[in-house]
Write a protein that binds this ligand. Structure first.
Ligand code: B12
Ligand code: SF4
Length: 517
């Protein structure tokens, strides 16, 4: 059987990191089937395009996975595929929570022939076999023989053949520059960000997050050996193709078990499996100096920290009281001292937020080492405790906000400000952090560091601004470059004056920023 796995784009930003689920399910497909992958972020496709592809390539089964944000597009693409007579299976966090919506059991149209609930590692082979026999069921749930929910163990973990997979669609470097960059020392013919998971699950249960409900509150880890071997395969591939590879450890909280994380990082160092990497770690776990030393020594370059708010009342409201705003600065300094920088994520529109929250937050941020602040709005994702609370209180203004996705738009009314005021706060956050003046200041504040680090922060900020400001296409990029020409020329001038750059920039962060280029 020829199977297509497809992940839609969100129509706003472009994320150049492949989605892990596609590679994982391909590795778990029973032998004898051909599986092709299309990530809409890298290979944009519309309804007509997917229908044509399915017909021309003789695809017999299509699997579609999507977050809530992309679900409307996912449904449209599924409808187009089903119209050709080919069956569609959907999976991922959104349809897990709202299977009836995908199956047309809630009064709307049907989009999927079958839905895989939760983690599909063990159900996927069954789905493929049923599809071959023509006995596809509506719902596949990960349960044991007694009907109890069963979370797949990550030991053993399938070997994703990164060394052999065609990753042509996932080269981050612009095509025109590739021949030139191939000749640059160190090998820059390709640059890829590869998702690797070392564990699943998070027990913290923050109110707005789907992870605790989806992956569970008990954490499962892969063996250190299996992670290290995956890194070694990735390194070998980069060497072979004269390119660069960085890894995004997509675990929700990479250091949730500090002892385990330290042992993994030690094993990575011992095996010489270091690559540049990014991971998400909550601020409370970064109190540990030894952990931060190991992060730096094992190749950690950027840590994504869900700060959410500088107001303890807000944090308590969303059950994230373990975040202590008083220690944010110490944690960030500790990372910066080791040349590890932070992507600090904030949510506005929380219940204790009032107008001015952006400026209050920015005042704090300006006292921290330069990093990459990002600002979002409180969003009630389906089936989260937040969604249930707001629904019960009659506060949802767009209860099915995903059916008409609007970037940076609230779907409920905050308690102490209006929706428009919350939107304005987010605009202030982005405009102040990514204006040419703010970017110049961030670069300038790293004057004492080697040039490579300043180039890194410049490129990262230019890419991250694209999360909020439209930056799709060459013209928008050119405009951003012109606006920031002073900072760019200054670094080029310094580069020429000093000869070779004294530290190669790590351009990991721009890519996890799901670019708009
Ligand atoms: C990595 C990641 C990203 C990356 C991008 C995705 C990428 N290229 O990998 C980045 C950092 C860019 C990102 C951004 C965002 N993310 Co994100 N992200 C994740 C994260 C941490 C890991 C995803 C992953 O690979 N998981 C591991 C794989 C194995 O799990 P999985 O994808 O769920 O797949 C399994 C099953 O779901 C199922 N499955 C999935 N698809 C399919 C399809 C078929 C056909 C079948 C049969 C089965 C199946 O089988 C798989 C194996 O068991 C998840 C949290 C998490 N732990 O999953 C959040 C998560 C997916 N993100 C989330 C959100 C909200 C966002 C943002 C909207 C955040 C924001 N406010 O801006 C943005 C939007 C991005 C966009 N493109 O528009 C939410 C989504 C919730 C929801 N209901 O949609 C999650 C769950 C985190 C959370 N806090 O709740 N994200
Ligand atoms: S710590 Fe992060 S992954 Fe865990 S529940 Fe909170 S927001 Fe979700």
């Amino acid at each position: 059987m020829k199977i297509l796995l497809y992940n839609p784009d969100n129509g706003v930003t472009r994320n150049f990191m492949p989605h892990l689920w596609m590679f994982l399910l391909r590795a778990l497909t029973p032998p004898g089937h051909e599986v092709v992958l299309i990530d809409g972020n890298a290979q944009p496709m519309n309804e007509e395009g997917i229908a044509r592809y399915v017909r021309e390539e003789g695809i017999e089964l299509v699997g579609i996975g999507a977050m809530t944000r992309m679900i409307a597009k996912a449904y449209r693409m599924a409808d187009a595929v089903r119209a050709t007579g080919v069956k569609v299976v959907m999976g991922g966090p959104h349809v897990t929570e709202l299977a009836d919506e995908a199956l047309g059991r809630d009064g709307g149209a049907r989009h999927a022939d079958a839905v895989a609930l939760g983690e599909a590692d063990e159900t996927w082979p069954r789905i493929v076999e049923d599809a071959v026999r023509g006995t596809l069921k509506d719902v596949y749930a990960p349960v044991d023989d007694f009907g109890q929910e069963r979370k797949p163990s990550l030991q053993p973990y399938p070997e994703i053949p990164w060394d052999r997979i065609d990753l042509g669609q996932f080269n981050v470097l612009p095509r025109v520059l590739q021949p030139l960059l191939k000749r640059v020392g160190g090998g820059w013919g390709t640059f890829r960000i590869i998702p690797v998971e070392s564990g699943r699950g998070c027990p913290y249960g923050c109110e707005f997050c789907t992870v605790t409900g989806f992956f569970g509150d008990s954490i499962r880890f892969r063996s250190n050996e299996s992670v290290v071997n995956e890194l070694l395969r990735l390194k070998a591939r980069a060497r072979e193709e004269g390119g660069q590879i960085a890894v995004f450890f997509i675990d929700d909280n990479f250091a949730i078990n500090v002892k385990r994380t330290k042992s993994l990082l030690r094993d990575i160092i011992a095996a010489n499996a270091q690559v540049h990497w990014v991971a998400q770690i909550s601020a409370n776990l970064l109190r540990d100096e030894e952990l931060v030393d190991l992060i730096a020594a094992s190749g950690g370059k950027w840590i994504f920290i869900g700060m959410e708010s500088i107001d303890p009342a807000n944090l308590a409201d969303v059950k994230k009281g373990f975040n202590k705003p008083g220690e944010y600065a110490v944690v960030l300094d500790r990372l910066a001292q080791r040349n590890v920088f932070a992507i600090t994520s904030f949510i506005f529109g929380m219940d204790n937020d009032t107008p001015g929250v952006a400026e209050r937050t920015l005042r704090e941020i300006r006292t921290w080492p330069p990093g990459l602040p990002i600002f979002g709005l409180m969003t009630p994702l389906p089936a989260t405790p937040l969604y249930k609370r707001l629904e019960a209180a009659g506060r949802l203004t767009r209860p099915k906000h995903w059916q008409e996705f609007i970037p940076f738009a609230m779907a409920h009314t905050p308690l102490k400000m209006s929706i428009e005021e919350a939107h304005a706060e987010v605009r202030i956050g982005w405009a102040s952090s990514y204006s040419p003046e703010a970017i110049a200041k961030a670069v300038e504040s790293m004057k004492h560091k080697p040039l490579g680090y300043r180039i890194n922060i410049l490129i990262s900020r230019l890419c991250f601004r694209g999360i909020y400001f439209p930056q799709m296409g060459r013209f928008a990029w050119l405009k951003a470059m012109v606006e920031n020409r002073r900072t760019i020329f200054e670094l080029i001038r310094e580069g020429f004056a000093g000869g070779l750059l004294s530290a190669r920039p790590s351009i990991t962060a721009p890519v996890i920023a799901e670019r708009r280029n």
